[in-house]
Design a protein around this ligand. Structure first.
Ligand code: BES
Ligand code: ZN
Ligand code: ZN
Length: 464
């Protein structure tokens, strides 16, 4: 479907947003009343004879517009209209594009008979489009990068494993003039990345470390992004229960978010150098699997007692974070990971958990969340929880000795691998809940949401 910004057009149908106040005086009120419409948020009503689709909104805030547009596009996609139009202004344009692109997203790769879609053109109309050209182009780039991330996360684990994930990164590098370096297991051994290697040992697929770089001419800042790329998390020998294993193809969502963010940043031509480091690994069972009771010597020399092989993401990230800090002296270090089920218990399934030491950075991301429409909440570190990672036989245990605060103790585990000089530059994003959902919410479909892409694009766009 094409999306265009135009001054004036006659399309087959026009979308109109309406709140209760405007509804009470609307010329179509009588007809809409008859149809049972009352302008409630997320309700819609077609007046086909008038070629209009009315969408209820509570307020004109972007959250409400985005949500209403997401409902509208789904309805329009099952009609026979060829073209649609909607009025936009500076305030609403991004939310409308997100609604159309993200709300209209469907993952159909594995369907044998694709749905026929009639709607071909969506026109965004405005009298003076000159001031909207830039936000229009930017919102489209970010929304499409979000869909790019969703597509990879949604792909089946028989198809996406460390090597194929690396190939996707290499293809992105070719398309967007980035550089991409991939380390195989031989190279990882040389780098002493034994924690990461242990997790992938029972897989038939070799683990890979992917380093993707976007390097503009005069960067204002250098940013390191680290992504958890568990292309499948069976739990390993601490095997997941059958029902909890389903959907664990999404354990690569952190890695896919990093790819989407770099895609967006490079297409937005931001003056920021970005390094993406992805630990691509498959956590499986087998005779050579790593075991509870193993002690691993991680890249920075810290010894780790493995008490649960399902707490594997932190082992991979420990080594990748250490590698990333050695290779790049960054202004900020952000890691994205579907790290803990406990994060969902703490914040609910839609909210990304932020952890770290820098209050100013938290605040920057509260702002970025507000502007991008993603949801974030911070989870506070404290020294008492840190003690729960104590091991009797090694420097640290990979699981907490208590069942509470599991997202925070996982964050504190990662903190052990952040160098002192980088503590204030680092934030950990637990996207376990926000990256994937089997229920539709806001502009998010069944499956992958692309969490992190809009949030980070908004943060990066504000850097100066
Ligand atoms: N990938 C999972 C976390 C997860 C769970 C993400 C559910 C999305 C939905 C992670 O590797 C894991 O298994 N974590 C364990 C940690 C525990 C063993 C300390 C968990 O959350 O149960
Ligand atoms: Zn796990
Ligand atoms: Zn995992």
């Amino acid at each position: 479907m094409n999306i265009d910004l135009v001054t004036d057009i006659v399309a087959d149908i026009t979308v109109e947003f309406i709140n209760k106040e405007d509804y009470s005086t609307d010329t179509n009120k009588e007809l809409l009343d008859l149809a049972g419409f009352d302008a409630e948020q997320d309700t819609i009503c077609f007046l086909h004879e008038k070629r209009k689709l009315f969408c209820g909104i509570q307020t004109k805030d972007s959250d409400d517009i985005r949500s209403a547009m997401s409902i509208a596009i789904k309805a329009l996609k099952s009609t026979k209209y060829l073209s649609a139009s909607v009025n936009v202004d500076k305030e609403s344009i991004s939310a409308i594009i997100e609604g159309i692109v993200l709300g209209g997203y469907e993952f159909t790769t594995y369907k044998s008979t694709p749905k026929v879609q009639t709607l071909e053109d969506f026109y965004l109309t405005c009298k003076d489009i000159s001031s909207l050209q830039e936000p229009f182009a930017q919102a489209l780039i970010v929304a499409e990068a979000t869909c790019f991330t969703r597509d990879i996360v949604n792909m089946a684990p028989q198809e996406i494993y460390p090597q194929t994930l690396a190939e996707i990164a290499q293809k992105l590098a070719e398309d967007n003039e980035l550089t991409c370096k991939v380390l195989d297991e031989k190279a990882l051994k040389k780098e002493n990345m034994n924690a990461m290697l242990a997790v992938g040992r029972a897989s038939v697929h070799e683990s890979k470390l992917i380093h993707l770089t976007y390097k503009p001419k005069n960067p204002k800042k250098i940013i390191t992004l680290v992504g958890k790329g568990l292309t499948y998390d069976s739990g390993g020998l601490s095997l997941k229960a059958a029902t909890s294993m389903v959907s664990m193809k999404m354990d690569k969502a952190g890695a896919c978010a990093v790819l989407g963010i770099i895609k967006a940043a490079s297409e937005l031509k931001l003056d920021i150098e970005i390094h993406g480091f992805i630990g691509a690994v498959e956590n499986m069972v087998g005779g050579n699997a790593y075991k509870p009771d193993d002690v691993l010597v991680s890249r920075n020399g810290t010894t780790i007692e493995v008490r649960n092989t399902d707490a594997e993401g932190r082992l991979v990230l420990a080594d990748v974070l250490d590698y990333a800090q050695e290779k790049v002296e960054a202004d900020y270090i952000f890691d994205f990971a579907t790290l803990t089920g406990a994060c969902m218990v703490a914040l609910g399934q839609y909210t990304t958990g932020l952890m770290g030491h820098s209050q100013p950075l938290f605040h920057k991301f509260y702002d970025a969340a507000y502007h991008s429409g993603e949801l974030v909440g911070s989870l506070p570190f404290n020294k008492h929880l840190k003690k729960l990672l104590k091991s009797e036989i090694a420097d640290i245990s990979n699981t907490s000795s208590k069942p509470y605060g599991g997202a925070i103790t996982a964050g504190l585990f990662l903190d052990k691998f952040i160098k002192d000089e980088n503590k204030e530059k680092w934030l950990h994003f637990d996207i376990a809940g926000s990256a994937y959902s089997e229920s539709v919410w806001d502009c998010n479909p069944y499956g992958a949401t692309g969490a992190g892409v809009r949030l980070m694009s908004s943060f990066l766009s504000e850097i100066n």
